[in-house]
Design a binder for this molecule. Structure first.
Ligand code: ADP
Ligand code: MG
Length: 292
């Protein structure tokens, strides 16, 4: 490969807002066969809002107050949505102690002497919370709408459900359609549950979905695809995505994402626009065809 063409390609990328960290990333991008997208903050905006408050044991204001007391300790986008909702409802948030985070599953803390658990269903069940049948149906219905059902329990009693929805970025559907048209196999990966993940994937136009993936398992999914002979790009924004970005043949980090993700990327997208993933692949194909 002539070094000049690669240098010109890297310069052209910079003009497009696609920062290519090394010439190898440009060369490998031409050979890509598969592209894996993180869901939250990558395909979606990552700024979710509480859309439904389902009360089971306590009034709505109390549910929001207790949930916010725990979640104000967490930096997770779901936690920020809960705190924002409590603020807009004008509730007084009580103090909390012994906050603990269970990566990719949920959080807990003691509020006014009671241990409160907030998170997904397996997480609450592990802590001895039983989910009544009526609540179970409600959860499934919310998830089929693409919403994440965040369960709130005080001790072993389910107190309520907060449905939280994130919207797709404006160009997500178009970018995915383009990449498929270019012959790439597109996969979505997420720590979110299967029903919610499938509803979002359907909206985006992605058929291959890996849901309920724990943070440390994202890189393993990439390695498994590589084991089947795929040349894989991973696109992500979060701390959880850093190992997968490093494992991928080409790691593509969203520039507005977390520092750890950006440091792990071979390619960094300056604008928060997935069309630039298409631009990066097109650029590498153009540059490499000029070299051959
Ligand atoms: P993603 O891969 O979609 O960014 P995560 O791996 O961060 O998701 O989290 C996976 C799941 O764990 C969430 O969908 C949620 O059910 C639960 N969870 C994680 N952190 C929290 C939190 N602070 N509050 C409530 N639920 C949480
Ligand atoms: Mg993310």
């Amino acid at each position: 490969a002539t070094p000049t063409a690669v240098t010109v390609g890297i310069g052209r990328g910079a003009e497009l807002g696609v920062l290519i960290r090394n010439g190898e990333a440009l060369e490998v991008s031409e050979k890509l066969t598969a592209i894996v997208f993180d869901k939250t903050g990558t395909l979606t905006r990552g700024k979710p809002d509480v859309t439904d408050v389902v009360t089971l044991a306590v009034p709505e204001e109390r549910l929001l107050a207790v949930a916010a007391a725990v979640e104000h300790n967490s930096q997770h986008p779901l936690a920020e949505a809960v705190v924002r909702r409590a603020e807009s409802a004008g509730v007084t948030v009580p103090a909390s102690e012994r906050f603990t985070t269970f990566g990719g599953r949920g959080v807990s803390a003691v509020v006014e002497g009671t241990e409160v658990f907030i998170g997904n269903r397996p997480f609450l069940e592990e802590h001895g919370v039983t989910i009544p049948e009526g609540a179970e149906r409600r959860i499934a219905a919310l998830q089929d709408e693409g919403k994440t059902a965040v369960l709130v329990a005080a001790g072993s009693d389910l107190a309520g459900i907060l449905a939280i929805a994130d919207t797709l970025k404006p160009t997500t559907k178009r970018a995915v359609a383009e990449l498929k048209r270019m012959g790439l196999a597109v996969t979505m990966i997420t720590g979110d549950n299967e029903r919610t993940a499938n509803a979002i994937a359907r909206e985006v136009g992605i058929e291959d979905v890996r849901a309920g993936v724990l943070p440390q398992e994202k890189a393993e999914e990439v390695r498994a695809l590589q084991g089947r002979g795929e040349v894989v790009a991973f696109v992500g924004d979060g701390i959880n995505d850093a190992p997968a970005l490093a494992q991928a043949d080409v790691g593509i980090a969203i520039g507005s994402g977390t520092d750890v993700a950006i440091e792990s990327g071979d390619v960094v997208l300056i604008r928060d626009d997935l069309i630039d993933v298409v631009a990066a692949v097109e650029l590498s194909r153009k540059v490499m065809s000029r070299i051959k």
